[in-house]
Design a protein around this ligand. Structure first.
Ligand SMILES: Cc1cc2nc3c(=O)[nH]c(=O)nc-3n(C[C@H](O)[C@H](O)[C@H](O)COP(=O)(O)OP(=O)(O)OC[C@H]3O[C@@H](n4cnc5c(N)ncnc54)[C@H](O)[C@@H]3O)c2cc1C
Length: 409
């Protein structure tokens, strides 16, 4: 054993030539069609529909969705490549794509065949967008505490509640809404939450104000109010009262995408800082000739490469069906997002005053990257989840006393 994995082989990453071809083609497309407009997304807090249409035509919303549902297929590694490249050029695009995943993954894992056939193809083609409504004023990290309620009335459910910070709910055609359907027993606080699909224009669904945030501008976090919203039972996703499990299984996968978002931002900042250090002179020398700048750059590279390894390892283990992917995903999420914040901040330092000028295009990443440390499970929560998942895996393998593992998790 090479703790915590079984052997050295479990640390290996095997990429296929298709992965590199995908990365190159996505990068070429984004550099050509999106990069010239990326700063405007931040300035105007808006991504034009035309850009989203082009992404759709390019098939980028279909990566990760099986071909039978009009997607491009592709494994988790491909989805990470996409998220990293989107974020390197325009982070809000990665959020829009990631939010689609937060709608699509619950369907792919727990939905009925009818639900998949109805909702996945428009998403895959970029003709419709998804959102995921869990967070409420009372509860973000404490998912089990949500108060939105769904009550059965004949064959329909009536949902009432208020959700906040819901990404892209203003452009979403379909929202995955989590609501309480039963009171949980004291020893199973997570029990009693159910997932429902709510389509836009459903009477009683109100998309409230957008929160004026300083990062990831172009992707909106908005309030969602459910005022006697009625949906048929066929819109229930997965088992009644098991929505917490559906959400956690989803986040185990989508948090790899958040780590990839952070990588993309750090990558962009690092590339700019490296080039700048070879152009700018001070005291008659290139910045890169100062040891302090060399040290900063190589440390940024070392940290970013390590973060990239963890992120792709999580995706690779998931593609191999290895249960270890869950704790590696949490390690990757907190590590990559924190590394990215340091890398972006140091890239700004290397630019001096120019670094905080909007047109230089780096300071926006510092505003963007902060949010990756908070959403889809704040980083403290990732540390807790990583440790618990690790204990569970080791206990299943007989390497930790199951009673001790249960007492801690
Ligand atoms: C831009 C943006 C977009 C978002 N998009 C969505 C979305 O699409 N859908 C959705 O449902 N939600 C969304 N969220 C909400 C997001 O998931 C929550 O903000 C996040 O989970 C944290 O919850 P909170 O803000 O309530 O913080 P809290 O839960 O109040 O936590 C505050 C702080 O306390 C720490 N903390 C909490 N509990 C513990 C503990 N047990 N141990 C140690 N530390 C702890 C946290 O790490 C955090 O640092 C979004 C948020 C933002 C900012």
């Amino acid at each position: 054993m090479v703790f915590p994995l079984d052997s050295l082989q479990d640390y290996q990453l095997i990429f296929k030539p298709e992965h590199e071809m995908l990365r190159k083609s996505i990068r070429e497309f984004l550099e050509r069609e999106v990069a010239p407009h990326a700063l405007e997304f931040d300035e105007r807090d808006e991504v034009p529909r035309d850009i989203l249409r082009k992404l759709g035509e390019q098939g980028l919303f279909g990566i990760g969705i099986p071909e039978e549902y009009s997607g491009q297929g592709g494994d988790m590694v491909s989805a990470v490549i996409l998220m990293e490249e989107l974020s390197r050029v325009a982070p809000p695009l990665a959020v829009i794509r990631g939010t689609n995943d937060l709608f699509a993954i619950p369907l792919m894992l727990f939905g009925t065949e009818e639900q998949r056939r109805k909702y996945l193809p428009p998403l895959a083609r970029g003709e419709a967008f998804g959102a995921h409504a869990m967070t409420e004023p009372c509860c973000g990290s404490d998912v089990a505490g949500i108060q939105t309620r769904a009550v059965k009335k004949g064959e329909r459910w009536v949902i009432n509640g208020r959700k906040i910070f819901i990404s892209n709910a203003d452009i979403a055609d379909y929202i995955m809404v989590f609501a309480r359907t039963a009171e949980p027993p004291a020893n199973r606080r997570w029990y009693g939450i159910t997932a429902f699909i709510v389509e836009k224009d459903t009477p009683g669904l109100k998309i409230g104000a957008k929160f004026e945030k300083r990062g990831l501008r172009g992707s909106h976090a908005v309030e969602v109010i459910l005022d006697n919203v009625e949906v048929p039972d066929e819109n229930r996703v997965g088992e009644l009262n098991m929505g917490f499990i559906i959400a956690m299984e989803t986040y185990d996968r989508t948090r790899i995408g958040v780590a990839a978002q952070a990588l993309g931002m750090a990558q962009a900042a690092l590339e700019k800082a490296f080039q700048y250090s070879l152009q700018r002179t001070a005291f008659g020398q290139y910045l890169a000739s100062f040891e302090a700048i060399q040290f900063a750059l190589v440390e940024m590279i070392a940290e970013l490469m390590t973060a990239r390894y963890l992120t792709y390892l999580a995706a690779y283990l998931a593609d191999q069906g290895k249960e270890e992917f869950k704790y590696v995903a949490s390690l990757a999420k907190f590590y990559a997002t924190e590394v990215a914040e340091r890398v972006v901040s140091r890239a700004i330092d290397i630019h001096g005053g120019v670094g905080v000028i909007h047109e230089t295009g780096i300071e926006r990443f510092l505003r963007d990257v902060k949010i990756t440390e908070i959403y889809e499970g704040a980083n403290n929560i990732q540390r807790i989840v990583a440790f618990r998942q690790l204990l569970r895996v080791l206990s299943r393998k007989g390497l930790v006393n199951p009673e001790v593992a249960r007492a801690i998790t």
